[in-house]
Design a protein around this ligand. Structure first.
Ligand code: GLU
Length: 370
């Protein structure tokens, strides 16, 4: 079967990763390049595409402000540089997008925010809300607090994780190479560019070398790891050379890139992920709730007749009818203790029962496989 290459102009939700070397040079921020990128982003927004930018550059900018010497920095120096540079970085995007009437938000995330299910669900909900409001989130790793053992360390993998978290259908890594080659094109004249990778086989993995350029953390290896994450989450990923002005327009007009194709879409991938989890408890529901689930609605506490097992917020649970027949599985928005307290009650009673306002659904339809 011939692979259909995705078109950037048709993305519904696009995550773009911007490497430090594109945004920052010896003289500081590359303002003209940033303006071009933001023109492209505004055009994508105008077409109705949700856009998330994962941008590096905090450390590179911060070290210039602080006048730190060239060469590798100590961990605490990088963390200090990131703290200083992140302010400039976020402001630069805000100022470049504001003339287009596009609002921005800053999201600093750590590895925990994507691996801990509760925090993952929270970041996902925030991102959905921002995108729903038409905002362009500017994401970076929270380098200032991330410690070495528990960090992404490179924004290629962070961007892939963000793409999966927000259910993006396309991820574009703007970097200093225009894609994947069968060998290193700088040293091997027989190296061939691959426009499309349908499957990340061990042979493809073997084509990833080690990090190359001075400013960027990732090399082809981290890009292939990112591709694995993205395609498993139903998101197509492209590696493109980003240094040209208006890099998104360049890709849309056919600049050379490598696309990695997913075998499913983001919704289906997420449902597969939920369905594969081992439930931590069971929620029994009445006939009315069972009917509502069948119609694709969320599970509200009112229809719940019993709770068994011990679970925390974000844990997988099984939803069953009175006879024990399995109706659905999903990620629950309350702990088992809270769920027992609100079972059988209307959602507008939740605050009075728990003492704090919560979400209306016990299991939201987006987090459920029926
Ligand atoms: N988070 C780092 C920064 O903003 C960059 C990591 C990377 O380049 O992959 O400086």
């Amino acid at each position: 079967m011939a692979a259909v290459t995705p078109e950037l102009g048709r993305a519904q939700r696009l995550v773009v990763k911007i490497g430090s070397a594109l945004l920052v040079d010896g003289a500081g921020l590359r303002a003209e390049w940033l303006r071009g990128l933001c023109d492209d982003v505004a055009q994508a927004r105008a077409r109705g595409t949700d856009v998330v930018l994962v941008s590096s550059g905090a450390i590179a900018l911060g070290r210039q402000v602080l006048g730190l010497p060239a060469g590798p920095l100590r961990v605490e120096q990088s963390q200090a540089a990131a703290a200083v540079g992140q302010i400039k970085l976020a402001r630069a995007y805000e100022e470049a997008l504001a003339p287009h009437g596009v609002k921005t938000a800053q999201l600093l995330v750590t590895l925990d925010d994507t691996t801990d299910r509760r925090r993952y669900l929270n970041s996902r909900a925030t991102m959905q809300t921002l995108l729903g409001l038409g905002v362009v989130p500017i994401v970076n790793e929270n380098d200032t607090v991330a410690t070495d053992e528990i960090r992404f360390g490179d924004n290629d993998r962070l961007a892939a994780q963000i793409a999966v978290t927000c259910g993006a259908d396309q991820l574009l890594l703007l970097s200093d190479v225009d894609g994947l080659y069968t060998a290193n094109p700088k040293t091997d004249p027989t190296a061939r560019h691959l426009p499309v990778v349908e499957q990340i086989t061990p042979q493809i993995e073997a084509m990833g070398g080690d990090p190359v350029s001075g400013l960027s953390k990732g090399g082809m290896k981290t890009k292939l790891m990112a591709a694995r994450t993205a395609v498993a989450g139903g998101c197509a990923m492209a590696i493109a050379e980003g240094s040209v002005l208006n890099p998104l327009s360049a890709v849309a007009k056919g600049a050379r890139v490598t696309w990695f194709l997913p075998d499913t879409d983001p919704q289906a991938a997420r449902k597969r992920w939920i369905a594969a989890m081992k439930p931590k408890g069971e929620i029994t529901v009445d006939a009315g709730a069972a009917r509502a689930l069948g119609q694709g609605k969320s599970l509200l506490p009112a229809g719940v007749t019993a709770i068994s097992g011990r679970f925390g917020r974000g844990d997988p649970v099984l939803v069953q009818d009175g006879s024990g027949a399995r109706l659905a599985c999903g990620l629950v928005r309350y702990s088992s203790t809270e769920a027992r307290a609100i079972a059988g009650h209307r959602s507008d009673e939740i605050e009075a029962i728990l003492g704090y306002p919560g979400r209306a659904a016990l299991v939201h339809r987006d987090d459920m496989v029926v």
